[in-house]
Write a protein that binds this ligand. Structure first.
Ligand code: IPE
Ligand code: IPE
Ligand code: MG
Length: 247
C-alpha cells in the first residue's frame, strides 16, 4: 500500500498551511548559491500542489515570501521576484489543466509592478476553477494582517458601520485576508526550524503543528502525505476531555 492509500480520505484536512523553509541551506549543502535553492523549491511546490489535489485538500496556503524577507540582500530579493514571474509563466497552464485556483494574501502593493501584474493575471485566469485553492502568502506577515484588520474595523466604527459591542471572533475574522476560508487544521514547517515566523498567528490558534527536517527543495507529495498521516493519528480535543471526544 502506498502512503496516500493509507490515509483516511474522510479525515483529510480541508486546509493545510506550509512554511517552505530551507532553500538556502539546501543550496549550501549542494555547493550552490542560495538562488539555486529557491529554483529547486519550485519542483517541491509543483509536487505538493499535485499531491494536495490528489487527496482532496480544499485549501493549501504556502508561505513564499515574508514581510521580513524584504530585508534580505537586494540581489536575493530580486532573484526571488524574477523566479516568481518565471514560475507563473511556466506553471499557469498546468494549474489550469488541474482545475487549481490561486489567490494571494499579503501586502502585494509592495511587490514590483510587473510582478504584481503578472500575479494578478494568473489569479484572474484561474479564478473560475473549482478544485484545490492555492493561497500564496507573499509580502505577508501575520502582525501586518492583524493590524490592517484592526485599522479597518476602527474605520468602520468611525463611519458607524460597526458597533464596538458587535466586535467578536466572527466579525474580526471577516477583516482578515483569509476571510471565508476555514482555518488550517495542519501547519507544516520544513528544514528543522521550530518557529512560526509571523505566519497566520490568528488562523493557527488550534492547528496541529508538524515539523520536519526535510529541506524545502527536497519536499515531495509523499512528505505531505506523511504529515497528514501524523495529523490523522492525533486526537484533537479543543479543550475537551478525551472521553468527550470519543463518546
Ligand atoms: C525559504 O528558504 C525561502 C524563503 C524564505 C524565501 P530560506 O531562503 O529561508 O532558506 P534557509 O532558511 O536560509 O535555509
Ligand atoms: C519564513 O522563513 C518565511 C518563508 C518561508 C517565506 P524564513 O527563513 O524567512 O524565517 P526565519 O528567518 O527562519 O524565521
Ligand atoms: Mg529560512
Amino acid at each position: 500500500m502506498t502512503i496516500s492509500e493509507r490515509l483516511h480520505i474522510s479525515k483529510v484536512p480541508r486546509h493545510v498551511a506550509i512554511i517552505m523553509d530551507g532553500n538556502g541551506r539546501w543550496a549550501a549543502r549542494h555547493g550552490s548559491v542560495r538562488t539555486i535553492g529557491h529554483e529547486q523549491g519550485i519542483e517541491a511546490v509543483r509536487s505538493t500542489v499535485e499531491g494536495a489535489g490528489e487527496i482532496g485538500i480544499d485549501y493549501l496556503t504556502l508561505f513564499a515570501f515574508s514581510t521580513e524577507n524584504w530585508y534580505r540582500p537586494v540581489e536575493e530579493v530580486n532573484a526571488l521576484m524574477s523566479l516568481l514571474v518565471h514560475a507563473i509563466d511556466a506553471e499557469t497552464d498546468n494549474l489550469m489543466k488541474n482545475n487549481v485556483r490561486v489567490t494571494v494574501i499579503g501586502e502585494t502593493s509592495k511587490l514590483p509592478e510587473h510582478v504584481r501584474l503578472k500575479l494578478m493575471g494568473c489569479v484572474d485566469r484561474l479564478k473560475n476553477n473549482t478544485g484545490l485553492t492555492v493561497i500564496f502568502a507573499l509580502s505577508y506577515s501575520s502582525k501586518w494582517e492583524i493590524t490592517e484588520a484592526a485599522r479597518k474595523i476602527a474605520s468602520d466604527v468611525l463611519e458607524g458601520k460597526v458597533n464596538p459591542d458587535d466586535i467578536n471572533n466572527q466579525l474580526f475574522e471577516k477583516y482578515l485576508s483569509t476571510s471565508g476560508i476555514p482555518d488550517p487544521e495542519l501547519l507544516i514547517r520544513t528544514s528543522g526550524e521550530y518557529r512560526i515566523s509571523n505566519f497566520l498567528l490568528w488562523q493557527i490558534a488550534y492547528a496541529e503543528l508538524y515539523f520536519t527536517e526535510v529541506l524545502w527543495p527536497d519536499f515531495r507529495k509523499e512528505d505531505l502525505f506523511r504529515a497528514i498521516q501524523a495529523f490523522q493519528d492525533r486526537e484533537r480535543r479543543f479543550g475537551l476531555t478525551s472521553e468527550q471526544i470519543t463518546s
